[in-house]
Ligand binder design. Structure first.
Ligand code: FAD
Ligand code: UDP
Length: 410
């Protein structure tokens, strides 16, 4: 049985037990769990013309499987998330490799002991590596901020090299700010690695769904209890009621088709959008993607090349490495980071983490705290920088809580 799609106007809301906004991992995992474990009838409202959120992939005109919202590689140490997803797809044991293009020379990222050899020559690198290992331990993952706090002149030299050649220009392109200006947790995602492991991620479980992410989502949402309404924006079908007229008056009810919906409502879109930006827009970064197809088997030496000292795009990804597809031609994708200025034309990809933006977000979040059946979840609704695996894990936990609550109420 395929996914059950319907027009929102034809939905009998009385027949629904739960409403989920968004069909990325956050929304789809909760929907699947409520449908399967509690036999709940779940309505998914999705504003895009397809399911799968940012994980959506499809074959392009050249027949190459491409990701439409940025390259997505699954990696996790969370056993529950990985085992859960394995139900819906076979997995390819893909391990992602990234090289930085330093004016035509390729250097492994994260910066590791092999990168150190290239940067300083084998003799000096050996001495620096020994010093780094003595200070931080073999195999350690040292964040840029930790490394830059070191006072030893030789460690400072390594820190300066990494700052100047790996982080500075890439971060300026990606965030419009220097690595010193952005939240340190962002650059900490790509630490200096005191080993010769050239993989981008070191997690226990890594891989790609063997038929792609869209096929995985189709398998996940293929359930008689789940109905999906595409091309439907929550703002246009939710009727919000507040406990007063003032701007900060909390949400008291959400009506659908003119009736208060009292079952669980899981919301995975941006909270500022839901409240029509009444406190001003939350800041995000957006991206533009430019695809190019070539009549060669491979265009790049590995899955992704990061442009850390040149070019105005941040990185190029060649999908065939990720998806394991074999074909005589190939498609690559360049990523250009942009300020998020036009919600009608752009997608909010990255929350810009800062105390000020977090406080701005919390003002929106406070509007929803009063409504116990409303659950904000996901990278957008929580204004966080979550990878897919965290979202899957959090969605499973939210489903547990909803199911336990239902059990208690029953
Ligand atoms: P989304 O996937 O964004 O899904 C939200 C859904 O809600 C969307 O379908 C959207 O259309 C819908 N929606 C939003 N607002 C509304 C509304 N008002 N009404 C109706 N529908 C609405 N993670 C990894 O683990 N590995 C990677 O390699 C990786 N690469 C990434 C690359 C890029 C460029 C980006 C931006 C992210 C990457 N991520 C990666 C993170 C990953 O995309 C997120 O963890 C994941 O998308 C979070 O799932 P989600 O369901 O919270 O959000
Ligand atoms: N980064 C960098 N140079 C690199 C790789 C990463 O400066 O070669 C910085 C940059 O600020 C980036 C952050 O580290 O936004 C996190 O990188 P990651 O690859 O995790 O970003 P994502 O895949 O989420 O876009």
């Amino acid at each position: 049985m395929p996914v059950n799609y319907a027009d929102y106007r034809d939905i009998d809301i009385d027949a629904m037990d739960a409403v989920v906004v968004g069909s990325g991992f956050a929304g789809s995992v909760v929907a699947q769990q409520l449908a399967e474990r509690r036999d709940m009838k779940v309505l998914i409202i999705e504003k895009r013309p397809h399911i799968g959120g940012n994980m959506y992939d499809e074959h392009d005109e050249a027949g190459i499987l491409v990701h439409r919202y940025g390259p997505h590689i699954f990696h996790t140490n969370n056993q529950r998330a990985f085992h859960y997803l394995r139900q819906f797809s076979g997995w390819l044991g893909y391990q992602h490799h990234v090289l930085a293009d330093l004016h035509g020379e390729y250097m492994p990222v994260p910066f590791n002991l092999n990168s150190m050899d290239m940067a300083f020559g084998p003799e000096k690198a050996e001495r620096l590596a020994a010093k780094m290992i003595e200070r931080f331990g073999e195999g350690a993952r040292v964040t840029l901020s930790e490394l830059r706090a070191e006072e030893d002149p030789e460690l400072s030299e390594v820190a300066d090299f990494v700052y100047d050649n790996v982080f500075l220009y890439y971060t300026q392109k990606q965030w419009g700010q220097t690595p010193d200006e952005i939240d340190p947790s962002v650059t900490a995602r790509v630490p200096v690695l005191l080993s010769r492991d050239n993989r981008y991620f070191q997690d226990t479980y890594q891989g790609m769904p063997d038929k792609g992410y869209t096929a995985l989502f189709e398998a996940m949402l293929d359930h008689p209890n789940i109905t999906v309404c595409l091309n439907t924006e929550a703002e246009s079908v939710f009727d919000l009621e507040f406990s007063g007229d003032e701007e900060d008056a909390p949400l008291s009810a959400i009506k659908l088709h003119g009736k208060e919906f009292t079952g669980p409502i899981v919301y995975t879109g941006p909270l500022d959008e839901l409240f029509l930006a009444r406190f001003g827009r939350l800041p995000y970064r957006s991206l533009d993607f430019v695809y190019e197809t070539y009549d060669v088997e491979h265009k790049l030496p590995c899955g992704t090349v990061n442009y850390t000292v040149s070019e105005d795009y941040t990185r190029i990804t060649e999908f065939k490495y990720l998806t394991g597809q074999s074909a005589p031609n190939t498609t690559i994708m360049k990523e250009y980071s942009r300020a998020y200025e036009d919600p009608d034309a752009q997608i909010p990809y990255y929350a810009i983490l800062s105390d000020e933006n977090r406080a701005h977000y919390e003002r929106y979040r406070a509007l929803t705290d009063s409504l116990p059946n409303f659950h904000p979840l996901g990278r957008l609704a929580e204004y966080r920088y979550y990878n897919m695996d965290w979202i899957v894990a959090l969605a499973l936990e939210l489903a547990d809580r909803i199911i336990e609550g239902e059990g208690a109420a029953a």
